[in-house]
Design a protein around this ligand. Sequence first.
Ligand code: NDP
Length: 249
Amino acid sequence: MRLKGKNMIVTGGASGIGLATVKRCLQEGANVVLSDIAASDGAARARQLDGKPGRCLFIACDVTSSGQVDQLIADTAAQLGSVDVVFSNAGIGGANPIEAVPDADYLRIIDINLNGVFRVARAALRQMYKQGSGSLINCASILGTLGQSGTVAYSAAKGGVVNMTRTLAIEAAARGVRVNSVGPGYIDTPLLKDLPAELRQALVKLHPVGRLGRPEEIANAVLFLASDEASFVTGAYLLVDGGFAAGKS
Ligand code: NDP
């Protein structure tokens, strides 16, 4: 039980990497708030996963709203007593070359994938500073440090997440709080559901291990960063990418 008694929030927890992390961390003894936008099936998911005595709750939160994010942290602290771990995972995809990217698409990706991580970090750290402890994990991507054609907004946002994480780790270190990011390679989740088969095959080839990742493989990395096993790990950007960033295979 690597997270026994820890109270955890996962944003974007109704699907893909977030949902796998909720399940994995419940197995390891955490009490988990599965948070997602109200329109998701998060409430039903949380009910399915809830064990005794009520270890999985749903709290709706759209990370583009500072008010909802602040409320998520406040409600979790009120209901569970503390916020020990936050996995800031909510995100959307989006692929187009720059000449075909309207302002609205660019701004939406930045607002969810980068500004959303900022809003969650600010609210989480205010709470964790009061406690004098905590672990914040931000979901970046291999595109946090590598470029890829057609991902201008997404890679700008994820690059911001990687470096925001480093700055927050420095700010938070003396307050007893660790801040890290994970950098997944391409992971087989609903985010990739609209990919044409040939593009999917091309993505597989970018990973020396010869396949896409599974959401559970990211959940295991988040579990490590959340746990006390990572007590000396802060400011890290933990790649979980099947060798993608190592270079050409
Ligand atoms: P999914 O689409 O499966 O899950 C993302 C979840 O976030 C969904 O439930 C989605 O809801 C929710 N969400 C979307 N917008 C908001 C919002 N404004 N507020 C709160 N929740 C929101 O994607 P993944 O699991 O693949 O992605 C999770 C994270 O991992 C993202 O940050 C993504 O960028 C990152 N990542 C994913 C990779 C991949 O290959 N899959 C690779 C590298 C990083 P809804 O479905 O209703 O939109």
